[in-house]
Structure formats: C-alpha cells, structure tokens
Design a protein around this ligand. Structure first.
Ligand code: ADP
Length: 260
C-alpha cells in the first residue's frame, strides 16, 4: 500500500481551505453523494459558509449531474483550475474533466495524481469547508486520500441494513486508524412513508444506524427517508434543499449542516 508515503506528505494544506470533511460510506449506493451534495448546499445556503465540493469518487463521479455542472473548469493565469460553481458551492469532479470511460480504466497511482490536481491544482479561493465525496469502501485509496487531505473529520452514511452497517463500522475503524475524527453516522433511506396513509415502512430495517452509533460511541446525525423528491432532485441536478427548502428532509439536511 502506498498509504501516507506519497511526496509532500508534510505539506498538505490546500491554500485558502480551512477545513476538509469527508462524506464516506463503506458500501456504494447508500446515498453518500446525495448526502454530500445536500450537505454542501445547506452549508452554503443556510449557514452562509464558503463551501467547496470535491468529487473524489473518481470511478463513479455523480456530482456533475447532481449539481447540474456544465462544461469543463477554466484554467487561471497561474495554471490552476477554476472550480465550476452552482448553488453557491464550488465544485470539482473528474466527471467534468474526462469522459467516464477514460477514468474507469485508471489504476491507483493515476487516480491519486488526478486527485492531487483536483485539490492542490485548483484555485478554491477562500473556503470555510471543503466537502469531499469519498469513493465508497475502506481500502488503500480511501486511506491515502484521508492522509493526504488531512481531513478534519468524516461523516459516515449508511442505510439501516445490516450489510451496510457492517461496512459503516469498517469505515469508522479505518478513519480511526488514520486519526480522522468521526463526526457521526447519518442514516439514509431510513423508511418510506406511504403517500396514501402516511404509514412509515422500514424497508431496510429500523433504527440500525442509531444502534451502531451508540455501540461505537459515535454521534447519530439523524435519518433521511426514502423519497421520490430526493431521487428526482439528484437526477435533475436540483438538490431537494434547493427545490423544496421547507420540506422535512431539507430541515434534516440543515440540522446535519449545523452538526458537522
Ligand atoms: P452513493 O454515493 O452512496 O453511491 P448515491 O447518493 O449516488 O449513493 O445514491 C444512489 C441512488 O439512490 C441515487 O440514484 C440517488 O438519487 C438515490 N437516493 C439516495 N438517497 C435517497 C433517498 N433518501 N431517497 C430516494 N432516493 C435516494
């Protein structure tokens, strides 16, 4: 593993960036990117902070679609990429740089090089927080990113399902190993509320993330239900915190923003 042994490991600060927090999950498809997007936009809109969003999910970048980003980043006079901004958030994603099929075949060192460019090769300006949408999983890539970016903290996203929680626990352990404080566990897809009778259905089980957080001595950061508006907001590039800011879900994301 190349973890932590890259060049300039001591010199890790990204110019102008105050704090870097990761949104991570042990497993793919649990809503990590959706959470990263709605958190970043809430931090910018509700908390009035200067926010960046880095899509470190190089093999499956979804930020350009979820944040409705068009075109490629421009390059400044001093050869730094200028992030594409939408909804008050400065974004950088591999999906804005190369065709998806190209990055898919990259091996580890190429990915790390690309991430280096997408962090220190970017003119972020002044940022209070850079939110990093991590690649799913808990392997070498995640460890390298955590060390190189000197994360201030990590937020773990999980569904209430046992297999997802098992991977979430692995994520907690991985971040602990590299001394990144865990901000807490956020449960996504907690339940589905029947539109006719308002009865909640706990499709993936009930209360799993809260229990896991308690067991591990972590903060539980709340639950987000399965909602059509969240999915359509992601697909259409208008996060639910923008399209429906007064909804229960948007309030839950605002609470999350206050808590991290
Ligand atoms: P990950 O980043 O963990 O792979 P995504 O954020 O890309 O997961 O979410 C996977 C899919 O599930 C996306 O199509 C997204 O729109 C959808 N999704 C995520 N969270 C919810 C939710 N709470 N309700 C409805 N759909 C969701």
């Amino acid at each position: 593993a190349q973890s932590g042994k890259g060049p300039n490991v001591q010199n890790l600060k990204i110019e102008g960036v105050h704090d870097i927090i990761a949104v991570a999950s042990g497993k793919g498809g649990v809503g990590k990117s959706t959470t990263a997007v709605n958190l970043a936009v809430s931090l910018a809109e509700k908390c009035q902070l200067k926010i960046g969003l880095l899509d470190a999910d190089v093999y499956g970048p979804s930020i350009p679609i979820m944040m409705k980003l068009h075109g490629k980043p421009e390059v400044s006079a001093d050869k730094k990429m200028i992030p594409i901004e939408n909804y008050g958030v400065k974004c950088m994603s591999m999906g804005s740089l190369v065709a998806e099929s190209e990055a898919l075949v990259w091996r580890g060192p190429m990915v790390m090089k690309a991430l280096e460019q997408m962090t220190r090769g970017v003119d972020w300006g002044i940022l209070d927080i850079l939110v990093v949408d991590m690649p799913p999983g808990t392997g070498d890539a995640q460890i390298s990113i955590s060390q190189r970016l000197q994360l201030s903290g990590a937020l773990i996203v999980s569904t209430p399902q046992d297999v997802a929680l098992m991977d979430a626990r692995r994520g907690v352990k991985m971040f602990s190993k590299v001394n990144v404080p865990i901000l807490g566990i956020m449960e996504n897809m907690s339940y589905f509320k029947c539109p006719n009778c308002s009865e909640p259905y706990y499709i993936f089980g009930k209360g799993g993330a809260q229990r896991t957080a308690d067991e591990m001595g972590m903060k539980f950061l709340g639950e987000i239900p399965l909602e059509v508006g969240i999915r359509s907001g992601s697909d259409e590039g208008v996060p639910i915190v923008i399209s429906n800011p007064d909804s229960f879900v948007s309030q839950a994301y605002a609470n999350l923003a206050q808590n991290v």
